[in-house]
Design a protein around this ligand. Structure first.
Ligand code: UD1
Length: 425
């Protein structure tokens, strides 16, 4: 087992280059299977979720070449519609195989997805979408079988704004007969990225990035090249870390517009944020004002940064209320922040923070990906030493977190518990 040892108290300083977006990558890879030729995806983040997808595609018989930060995917040789439970359970976004296999073979048999435990994560909207397109869906002992003789375009209203359901319906509808309209669609930049890839493959998708998406089905999709957009959640994490340490960090390879809700919140508490074409500079301060944060679908404040900003707000003077309107139980980082001396209560779907106290180093455990990011930020902001376990969660979604932080001057090391024991001897 490995852990991070963080000796906090050093302001982060310098430049960090942001990787390709995790939540795009995990949708673009299955989307590529729909082409009748090779699709090259560039700017892939080096994270576990991408590795797992690579292995999944190999297991399913696709020809996949994976080098450095690009993958060439050729789904022509693929036969299998059946995905066993093993790897599928390791990542939430395996659910995109439902839409992709359904579009490709008219059938998908895939185990229910895994991923971070954020409380209930239903998939009813995905199923509703597939059924509207003419598929029959059965769930037998956790294996979903989704079948359609012919997928037919339909008008689909999503009761809730869902990133996953919007993308899955786009995938399935891209080769369906006729027109599909998704109403109340999610507007996240990752959805636009997937639509861009599919359109470059020859699909006919209009309106991605708005709440009405129109998909005119086409018979064939072809190979192409695509570069993934920057990861706005990784970027937001470094912005918050810069602020929490009172540092000065330039983020390169970002789309500032994708980060407006984070920029606005950091400015509200008193940090300086300067936006340039494809860079953002964050200048942290010694003290901050409290502020309330409510998560909502894009362009609102992202739930994926709720946990990181909670860590920052423990440093802001006064009461802050952080409400997660997307995942009501995404609060497993709170107990750990309390171990570090934070004064936080959870009330329903809100965390009430009495901030402005110094945090202390402690032994803490990351329960999920963004909880891990929150605890790293808290650890960087303390004067003491923090030991963080649960790194497998962080590895799922942050490329080279330790290296990037070290480049910014942080005193962070990844050690095996074994080495640690010797260290103490
Ligand atoms: C995606 C992101 C995740 C992010 C989340 C919200 C990926 C791989 N993951 O997850 O990082 O935290 O968006 O921005 O892109 N819901 C239902 N029924 C459904 C589907 C969703 O009730 O069938 C609910 C969810 O429980 C949640 C809300 O809708 O409360 C939004 O979820 P959704 O946008 O679907 O999240 P994911 O796509 O799973």
């Amino acid at each position: 087992m490995e852990k991070l040892i963080i000796n906090g108290g050093k302001p982060l300083a310098g430049t960090v280059t942001i990787s390709g977006a995790k939540n795009s990558a995990v949708a673009l890879i299955p989307a590529a299977l729909l082409a009748d030729g090779p699709v090259v995806i560039e700017n892939l983040p080096k994270i576990q979720d991408v590795d797992i997808y690579f292995k999944l595609l190999r297991e399913m018989g696709a020809d996949v070449l994976f080098e450095d930060d690009w993958m060439e995917i050729d789904g022509r040789a693929m036969q299998s519609v059946l995905m066993p439970n093993g790897r599928v359970k390791k990542l939430r976004a395996s659910y995109y195989l439902w839409g992709a296999l359904l579009a490709k073979f008219g059938e998908a048999r895939v185990g229910l997805p895994g991923g971070c435990d954020l409380g209930p994560r239903p998939v009813d909207l995905h199923i509703k979408g597939f059924e509207a397109l003419g598929a029959r869906v059965e769930n037998q002992n956790g294996v979903m079988t989704i079948r359609a003789n012919k997928l037919k375009g339909a008008r689909i209203y999503l009761d809730l704004v869902s990133v996953g359901a919007t993308i899955n319906i786009m995938l399935a509808a891209s080769k369906a007969e006729g027109v599909t309209i998704i109403e109340n669609a999610a507007r996240e930049p990752e959805i636009v990225d997937v639509a861009t890839l599919l359109n470059n493959m020859g699909a006919n998708i209009k309106g991605a990035g708005t709440d009405i998406i129109r998909i005119q089905g086409v018979e064939r999709l072809r190979g192409c090249r695509h570069t993934i957009i920057p990861d706005r959640i990784e970027a937001g994490t470094y912005m918050i870390a810069a602020a929490a340490t009172g540092g000065s960090v330039t983020l390169e390879n970002v789309i500032p517009k994708h980060l407006e809700s984070v920029t606005a919140k950091l400015r509200e508490i008193g940090a300086e944020v300067i936006e340039m074409d494809d860079c953002i500079l964050v200048n942290g301060k010694g003290t901050y004002r409290a502020a309330d944060v409510k998560t909502s679908p894009y362009p609102g404040f992202p739930t994926d940064l709720q946990q990181p900003i909670t860590a920052l707000l423990t440093l802001a003077k006064g009461s802050s209320i952080v409400t997660d309107n997307i995942y009501s139980a995404r609060f497993r980082h709170i107990d750990e922040l309390r171990r570090m001396g934070a004064n936080i209560k959870v009330e329903g779907r809100s965390a009430v923070i009495e901030g402005g106290h110094k945090l202390l180093g402690a032994k803490v455990v990351a329960s999920d990906l963004r909880a891990g990011a929150a605890l790293v930020i808290a650890g960087l902001a303390t004067q003491g030493t923090t030991e963080l376990e649960g790194l497998e969660h962080i590895d799922r979604g942050y490329e080279n977190l330790v290296g990037k932080l070290q480049n910014l001057g942080a005193d962070v090391q990844r050690v095996s518990s074994h080495r640690q024991e010797r260290h103490h001897m």
